[in-house]
Design a protein around this ligand. Structure first.
Ligand SMILES: Cc1cc2nc3c(=O)[nH]c(=O)nc-3n(C[C@H](O)[C@H](O)[C@H](O)COP(=O)(O)OP(=O)(O)OC[C@H]3O[C@@H](n4cnc5c(N)ncnc54)[C@H](O)[C@@H]3O)c2cc1C
Length: 323
């Protein structure tokens, strides 16, 4: 039996942020992660300046690709609205590995299946034992399924379905473009260059609305990629996009039971306007760590449910071009 005071299930941004904070507090913690890093993660990889602040680094200190945008091109029902802002894009393949390795926490490659409460702690797959358990396994987190699925009724209205493709190509524009509600899509599509010829394109929307419209996310993908090709933003349409589902912020979720916590997508906390989940994953991970260290309570419900005010605020901090 491997023992640790704290076990975190999942090494995505929520789990590794939590691990990093716990380690800084000098606590005994390990991560159980089903994949070996570096691993691909279906995600556009857009992050706000706040994420870097929370992780205590400047953009210059991030050791991998970090694309900086000083403007985002929004298209609302086809109307072009460029917004001045400061935002970033990372490759999750690199970002997640960097986060987990800087946490300096042992990572065991293990797919968690079964967890039972025993003697005031938790026993995982008859192999690992801990006092505190943190569920950071994303949408299908086993900690959520075993301890929280009865108290938290995830509503289908908050379910997002999204597909993306990240690939190397000669992309033709270095700026970020977002198309909202094109062709009846209940969500938005993105074109997000990452630097060094990496490009992420994708599309996401509310699952229930898509279903009732009779169109699939793939139908929208085909139209969207054709449009990118016609606008000469890409030269060829990439094959085999990858999909994933996750939940937007829902009110009053139970996020702690005894010494078990859930964080990030295991709760479902992406913002309801932009589907931004990395920030909430990092904040909830840090919050859970502080709660375990006895410094603060754990209340991720207090997080903002919107991204747009932050995007607009970030624009005010940029120096005008011709002062
Ligand atoms: C197409 C798409 C685009 C997106 N774009 C953005 C974006 O641009 N910006 C943004 O902020 N958010 C975006 N999101 C949301 C964002 O990806 C998530 O909110 C974020 O990854 C949540 O982090 P997490 O650590 O909670 O979970 P995850 O990143 O899902 O990490 C969970 C980890 O747990 C591991 N795991 C799962 N089950 C087990 C198990 N049984 N045992 C052990 N380990 C397990 C997984 O392998 C994984 O490493 C996007 C989502 C999608 C689907």
């Amino acid at each position: 039996m491997i023992r640790s005071d704290i076990i975190i299930v999942g090494g995505g941004p929520s789990g590794s942020a939590c691990a990093w904070q716990l380690r800084k507090s000098g606590l005994d913690v390990v991560i159980l992660e089903k994949k070996t890093f570096p691993r691909a993660k279906v995600c556009a990889g857009w992050i706000t300046p706040k994420v870097l602040d929370l992780l205590g680094i400047t953009p210059e200190e991030y050791p991998y690709l970090l694309m900086q945008f000083n403007r985002i091109h929004f298209y609302l029902f086809g109307i072009h609205v460029p917004i001045r802002t400061r935002q970033y894009a990372v490759r999750r393949y690199e970002f997640d590995e960097w986060m987990v390795s800087r946490s300096q926490v042992p990572v065991f490659t293990h797919t968690v299946k079964n967890i039972v409460k025993a003697n005031g702690g938790y026993v995982i797959d008859n192999k690992y034992r801990c006092k505190y358990l943190v569920g950071a396994g994303g949408t299908h987190c086993p900690v959520f399924k075993i301890f929280f699925s009865t108290s938290n009724q995830r509503t289908g209205k908050a379910l997002i379905t999204a597909i993306e493709k990240e690939y190397r190509c000669d992309y033709l524009d270095k700026e970020c473009h977002l198309w909202f509600f094109d062709n009846g899509l209940p969500g938005y599509a993105w074109y997000l260059p990452k630097g060094n010829n990496w490009l992420n394109i994708g599309i996401g929307g509310k699952f229930i609305k898509l279903k009732s419209s009779g169109k699939t996310i793939l139908d929208h993908w085909h139209k969207f990629t054709k449009k990118l090709e016609q606008r000469s933003l890409i030269k060829n349409i990439p094959e085999n996009p990858r999909g994933h589902q996750y939940y937007l912020h829902q009110k009053k979720q139970t996020t702690r039971q005894d010494n078990a916590f859930i964080i990030g997508d295991a709760v479902g906390m992406a913002t309801i306007d932009m589907g931004e989940g990395i920030h909430a994953a990092v904040v909830s991970g840090l919050m859970a760590a502080k709660a375990i260290a006895g410094k603060k309570g754990y209340n991720p419900d207090s997080l903002s449910k919107f991204s747009l005010p932050g995007i607009f605020r970030a624009g005010k901090k940029i120096e005008p071009r011709n002062p």
